[in-house]
Design a protein around this ligand. Structure first.
Ligand code: GSH
Length: 216
């Protein structure tokens, strides 16, 4: 089988989801590490029309969108399965991926994680408290709703690790590193789920670069 090449900027939560997928499947891949500005280069725009990361190359097949990459991996290597066969569990997984892609990442992470972690660590910026304050109402809804949907299950979609866990763990790990995120998750099932996810070898093998970890 052709080599898997993953393009991305180290520290990106979506890149981490894909890398975790490879670790969980026990499959080798090569990371083509890009710099923060490289996603808008002509070279990268030929890989990803929207100038985002991650991108997967597998032989002559190129794919972007994190959940599509994880589903491709799951179809190639069925064990351990990333997608539940039970219709309700599968629907819950799909719902949570949507919650991340539409609400948590664009409306919460982009404000909170950028202002508290990425901006200060990589660009020497001072957090803009007004941007953080404006994101807090949506942060409260997102955290409460993801916690409610998790329920008392060990994983987001029930008994087995799924694409929902792989996508949400890197996002919530960053959010949980901010004082606001820590407070919102305190004493919730979500906090306990995140602690379990953080212990997994796939999370340990894909920790963000040191400056980002230190910024929290
Ligand atoms: N829907 C995309 C979102 C990917 C995304 O927004 N990635 C961020 C990094 S976490 C990005 O590329 N930001 C623009 C940049 O880094 O220049 C996916 O699931 O892959």
């Amino acid at each position: 089988m052709s080599e898997f090449v993953v393009y991305g900027v180290p520290g990106s939560p979506f890149l981490r989801s894909v890398e975790m997928g490879f670790h969980e499947k026990g499959q080798a891949y090569r990371l083509h590490a890009m710099g923060p500005g490289d996603s808008r280069s002509e070279e990268h725009l030929r890989r990803h029309a929207f100038g985002r990361i991650p991108v997967l190359e597998h032989g002559d097949f190129r794919l972007y969108e994190t959940q599509a990459i994880l589903r491709y991996l799951d179809d190639l290597f069925p064990e351990p399965a990333f997608e539940p066969t039970d219709p309700r569990a599968a629907a819950r997984m799909n719902q949570l991926v949507g919650v991340n892609d539409w609400y948590l990442f664009p409306q919460v992470s982009v404000a909170l994680v950028f202002q508290r972690i990425v901006g200060p660590a990589l660009m020497g910026l001072t957090p803009d408290e007004a941007v953080i304050a404006a994101a807090m109402p949506k942060a409260k809804v997102c955290i409460a709703e993801i916690d409610r949907l998790l329920g008392d299950g060990p994983f987001m979609a029930g008994k087995q690790l799924s694409i929902a866990d792989l996508i949400l763990a890197p996002q919530l790990a960053y959010i949980g590193m901010t004082p606001e995120g820590r407070e919102l998750m305190m004493d919730t099932a979500l906090e306990r789920w995140l602690a379990r996810m953080n212990e997994r070898p796939s999370m340990q093998a894909t920790l963000p670069p040191e400056p980002l970890r230190r910024a929290a």
